[in-house]
Design a protein around this ligand. Structure first.
Ligand code: URA
Ligand code: ZN
Length: 352
């Protein structure tokens, strides 16, 4: 497919953040090993001292030049770049608001210098929720920022945290997207010794599904109908399970959430990336979601191919390519909408 892609799910660890991870002695951190630097971020990697702990990390994670090289190789015209997990979740509460502001200014500067190729999602100091509305207002004044990315865990109390109400209001008032993305996973005790595969395939997606379902059940989207939520990884499992969620809520005599409409109504207000890697999953997503609210994503620079660094930028990455190929199971109109038309409209992008 030779459509001019808009990539709305693509990450960077900004240089200031990489420096911070290199200083740390606990997860999340970057460890220098004989075979190259390794990114050790997942919660269950804390006690793993083997040389295979973490994942290889090179310049593709933090150099703008390499992001642009990936985009050029894969036909991506514009990327809406977000910081990658676990963002600044681990930073001391007193230091987090200033760091968030610095990282947001760093990303704005990177995007401003990109000749229209890059836009950004900032970060928030969720450990100090009372500071976030002001930061969102500041971000709304940054011409290249389109919203924020936040983890599905919030500050460890989920996205139905009552202290997040000002965040939802400020994002809705500022017309900013909130991109909801997993990091901590769920159910790891059920799948020991499975590397990262089960965690990323199922732990991540159920983490997102649970967090968003709770946010909806506690009335966040009923109170903030203008809030623009972008849900990672094709909505986790939600487009597939929305009917079951509706039925279980409706037929549960033990709890009344007091919502005037079923959960699926609010799920249809959300935006989704198309990172599903599979025609049948995309069929569920496109049958469920608003057709104008599904947008292409790659999850770059994760799922890096196993090739030497000096040929990486010239290599087609299999995971994003499989994800793109899955779109070919859709109609031409759907492909165009997801590949770029929806992204252009949602993020007010003019193609460079
Ligand atoms: N692995 C991660 O840690 N994060 C992603 O976004 C994707 C894969
Ligand atoms: Zn991601």
């Amino acid at each position: 497919m030779s459509l001019p892609l808009i990539d709305v799910h693509t990450h960077m660890y900004l240089p200031r953040y990489v420096a911070l991870l290199r200083q740390r002695t606990r997860v999340p951190r970057i460890v220098s090993r004989a075979g190259g630097d390794r990114l050790v971020i997942l919660p269950d990697e804390e006690n793993d001292t083997s040389t295979s702990a973490g994942r290889p990390i090179g310049g593709e994670f933090h150099e703008v030049r390499r992001k642009l090289a990936f985009m050029d190789k894969h036909g991506i015209a514009v990327s809406v770049v977000s910081s990658a997990n676990p963002w600044i979740d681990f930073v001391e509460p007193d230091e987090a608001p200033a760091l968030a502001a610095q990282l947001n200014d760093d990303l704005e500067a990177i995007c401003a210098a990109s000749a229209g190729r890059l836009l950004g999602f900032g970060v928030l100091a969720l450990q100090r929720p009372e500071t976030c509305a002001a930061e969102l207002k500041r971000i709304a004044g940054h011409p290249h920022m389109r919203g924020v990315i936040i983890g599905s865990a919030g500050r460890g109390r989920g996205l139905d945290d009552p202290d997040f109400e000002p965040i939802w209001k400020a994002a809705a008032d500022g017309g900013l997207f909130v991109f909801i993305h997993p990091h901590y996973g769920v159910g790891q005790n059920l799948f020991p010794d499975t590397g990262h595969a089960m965690m990323l395939a199922l732990g991540f997606t159920f983490e997102t599904s649970i967090a968003v379902a709770l946010l909806i059940l506690r009335g966040v989207l009923e109170r903030h109908p203008g809030l623009k939520l972008l849900i990672a990884h094709a909505g986790g499992t939600l487009p597939y399970l929305a009917g079951r969620l509706d039925s279980c809520v409706k037929n549960d005599i033990s709890k009344d959430f007091g919502l005037p409409r079923p959960p699926s109504h609010y799920l249809r207000q959300c935006w989704y990336d198309s990172i599903a890697y599979h025609g049948p999953a995309l069929a569920a997503l496109t049958a469920f979601a608003d057709p104008a609210r599904i947008m292409f994503g790659t999850d770059h620079p994760f799922f890096r191919p196993h090739v030497a660094d000096d040929v990486l930028d010239k290599t087609t990455w299999p995971a994003p390519e499989e994800n793109l190929q899955a779109l070919s199971s859709l109609s031409a109109e759907q492909q165009k909408a997801i590949a770029y038309a929806n992204g252009l409209a949602a993020f007010a992008i003019s193609l460079p």
